[in-house]
Design a protein around this ligand. Structure first.
Ligand code: PHE
Ligand code: ZN
Ligand code: ZN
Ligand code: ZN
Length: 296
């Protein structure tokens, strides 16, 4: 299992910040800042040997894009997808939400290439457009997949906000089927939850379950019956006393006081959390990719 370069991850965030600075302060759906972000990600993946697609979709009279990147090889009938939304709100540059998840999965994908990972499962990475307007990009992707292709996706892992400054460590709950306010959605993936938790246990970081809900792009996959997992570091909710004891930080304050604001800049990042959570997704990709030999 690799150890990702903190400097590389931070460099991706610095690039997202620079792109926003050069394009009116945001990377929102339909804006030049979004398209520049998509091109930055796609170009690095192309150079690294991924098969990439820039998938356009219409929403609200504007064109959005998903970047989809396939790592060659692996079982085509057993696809693991890993995704993060790449768009920001119009109010700011969206560095924690969700430059952080975007940078973590980008550096994971680039490390897959550097190490020439021979995965037993087929690996597909995705950077979604227009999440902030209602999961539009991921919804478009899932809805436009033929049913035969959809059924090959055996798991989807979502990263949306992983470096909140008043940090929380949350793992999407996949083992009891909790869906806030919902009755129809199928369960998340117990296996993905377990795999994440084994990583955090190995580095001695306590985590809490967070109920699956439709608040980010995993909702598009849940709606299609695909098992999902993910990690999250907190948004507008308030950290309680017990959580402050677990993770440090400030009880009675929100996890990300710059959530959806102009101050969600490169300064709005907990570097330690960024590195831990990026390595958590790298761990999951490696762990899910190496299947034990038959009988082992
Ligand atoms: N989807 C929310 C946003 O982008 C963030 C979020 C993710 C909230 C996961 C709760 C759970 O603003
Ligand atoms: Zn988000
Ligand atoms: Zn958001
Ligand atoms: Zn659980």
């Amino acid at each position: 299992v690799p150890s990702l370069s903190p400097a590389n991850i931070k460099a991706h965030l610095a690039r997202f910040q620079a792109i926003a600075d050069a394009n009116g302060g945001n990377r929102a759906h339909g804006s030049p800042g979004f398209l520049a972000s998509a091109n930055y990600v796609k170009n690095l993946l192309d150079e690294a040997g991924f098969a990439t697609v820039l998938q356009p979709f219409p929403y609200g009279g504007l064109t959005g894009y998903n970047v989809i990147a396939d790592w060659p090889g692996g079982d085509p009938d057993d696809i693991l997808m890993v995704g993060a939304h790449l768009d920001s709100v119009t109010a700011g540059p969206g560095i924690n939400d969700n430059g952080s998840g975007s940078a973590a999965i980008l550096e994971t994908a680039l490390e897959v290439s550097r190490q020439g990972l021979m995965s037993s499962r087929h690996l597909r990475f995705a950077w979604w457009g227009a999440e902030e307007l209602g999961l539009r990009g991921s919804q478009y992707y899932v809805n436009n997949l033929p049913a035969s292709e959809r059924s090959k996706i055996k798991g989807y892992v979502n990263l949306d906000m992983i470096a909140s400054p008043n940090i929380g460590y949350f793992v999407y709950d996949g083992d009891n089927g909790t869906v806030a306010g919902g009755t129809m959605a199928p369960e998340g993936s117990a296996e993905l939850e377990r795999t994440f938790k084994s990583y955090y246990a190995s580095i001695g970081v306590p985590v809490q379950d967070i109920a699956l809900n439709a608040r980010s792009d995993h909702g598009s996959f849940l709606a299609a019956g695909i098992p999902v997992g993910g990690i999250f570091s907190g948004a507008e909710d308030i950290k309680d006393m017990a959580q402050a004891q677990l993770w440090g930080g400030t009880a009675g304050a929100v996890f990300d006081s710059c959530y959806h604001q102009s101050c969600d800049t490169i300064s709005n990042i907990d570097d330690t959390a960024l590195n831990r959570n990026a390595n958590a997704i790298a761990h999951l990709v490696w762990a899910s990719s190496v299947t034990s030999a038959p009988g082992v």
